[in-house]
Write a protein that binds this ligand. Structure first.
Ligand SMILES: [Zn+2]
Length: 81
């Protein structure tokens, strides 16, 4: 994961861009478009970056990541859950 992804994720958490809707359902504001948000659940995200990852790296056994998934991870750490 790139340092840029982690930086973006931290910013999302700090700016309150992560909202917990259910136990494993989060709404994350898009960092590029404030009017937009993505839902993250069960380790998958609906943003284009996440989907493209599997398009480009399909079958390589890699796990996709994006700033939204990383933001949820940080959010959970902050909230001890
Ligand atoms: Zn995402």
């Amino acid at each position: 994961m790139s340092a840029n992804t982690i930086r973006k994720a931290k910013k999302l958490v700090e700016s309150g861009g992560v909202i917990r809707i259910e136990d494993d359902l989060f709404q994350i504001k898009s960092s590029s478009d404030p009017d937009k948000s993505y839902f993250v659940t069960g380790g998958s995200c609906e943003c284009p970056g996440f989907k493209n990852f599997y398009k480009f790296h399909h079958g390589k056994g890699l796990k996709a990541n994006c700033s939204h998934l990383e933001a949820v991870r940080l959010f959970k750490l902050d909230n001890n859950s």
